[in-house]
Design a binder for this molecule. Structure first.
Ligand code: NDP
Length: 297
């Protein structure tokens, strides 16, 4: 349970900008960490519409905010407003963190590292195996990078709009060529969603990630051939919710391991907290606060 805290004239602030932002669970996670460390800091949520994003970014040094998380729909545009970008932000073409270092704004992206950490914690080893990533937006880019870093031998990107999957594959092909460190052995292929309803591709997969927004508003998922996957195939939905998503429900019904994106959210939040505050959060504090906010504690 979070202790009540009194803010003072010396209190420092971090925040999230989004549109919408009311649903965000980041304030619960970050404020739990501040409470655990008894820091005179607080994390706020600001509803920032796209037409006010530039003003809001300029306000970060003006107000002395230590750091800001960005959520939909700002991640790509905000990247173009930074003085500096981390290598990871450049690869992903998007940022989820702005760090204010004495008035100079640096953009970083902790989504891929967050997903990688959560998959490692789940004991996943992708060494030379196939990862299927469904989706081709910003979250899918983070999933591709995480799969590369986990040593995938092959990555298949399946998306409704095939051209978008192909553009993502080209971006990573350039990255793999330019930087050997992210496992130059991996090959990246693309397909439409219909390919995922047939057994051939899924039968080879060690990991299937939903990086689309299907399921966010309820409704069913595309009819994947879950039964074709191997018994130890891990299904991971980047969406997190109180109840298992349709994608995860179907996987679990066939006895497959099924994890949602709450772990990734907690891990990316822990990385952001350390970037903003120069100190890590108390172990487990952010994850516990997140699960409580989701009613899953
Ligand atoms: P984008 O809007 O960039 O991409 C959305 C993707 O979903 C596209 O590939 C799009 O396909 C696909 N899609 C949407 N609706 C449909 C549909 N009806 N049928 C088929 N495909 C569809 O979103 P993001 O990449 O930013 O986010 C995707 C998801 O990941 C969100 O639900 C978000 O909440 C989650 N997320 C979770 C995080 C975490 O920490 N756990 C972090 C970041 C994101 P097309 O290209 O054809 O339009």
């Amino acid at each position: 349970m979070e202790q009540s805290r009194t803010l003072s004239g010396r209190s420092r602030f971090t925040a999230i900008f989004g549109d919408p932002v009311e649903h965000s669970l980041s304030p619960a996670m970050h404020n739990a960490a501040y409470a655990g460390l008894a820091m005179d800091r607080a994390y706020l949520a600001f509803h920032v519409t796209p037409d006010r994003l530039r003003d809001a970014i300029r306000a970060i040094p003006a107000l002395g905010l230590l750091g800001v998380n960005l959520t939909v729909p700002h991640k790509q545009r905000a990247a173009r407003m930074m003085a500096r970008l981390s290598d990871e932000a450049r690869i992903l073409g998007a940022i989820n963190c702005v760090v204010n270092r004495e008035g100079v704004l640096s953009g970083d992206n902790t989504d891929a590292r967050g997903l990688e950490a959560d998959l490692r914690e789940a004991g996943l080893e992708l060494e030379a195996k196939l990862a299927v990533i469904i989706g081709a937006g910003g979250a899918a880019a983070a999933a591709v990078l995480a799969a590369l870093r986990l040593g995938a031998g092959r990555i298949a990107i399946g998306n409704r709009t095939r051209a978008r999957a192909q553009a993502l594959a080209r971006r990573f092909a350039r990255h793999i060529t330019a930087r050997g460190k992210d496992r130059a052995r991996a090959t990246i292929t693309t397909c439409g969603l219909d390919t995922l309803t047939r057994p051939d591709l899924l039968a080879q997969a060690a990991l299937v990630v939903n990086a689309t927004s299907i399921g966010l508003q309820g409704g069913g998922f595309i009819p994947l051939d879950y039964a074709a996957t191997s018994d130890d195939c891990l299904f991971y939905d980047l969406i997190y919710a109180r109840e298992p998503t349709p994608f995860l429900q179907s996987a679990a019904a066939r006895g497959r391991r099924a994890l949602d994106g709450a772990g990734m959210l907690a891990e990316q939040g822990e990385l952001a907290f350390e970037l903003f505050n120069g100190t890590p959060p108390p172990p487990g504090a952010m994850r516990t606060a997140l699960l409580a906010a989701l009613g899953r504690a």
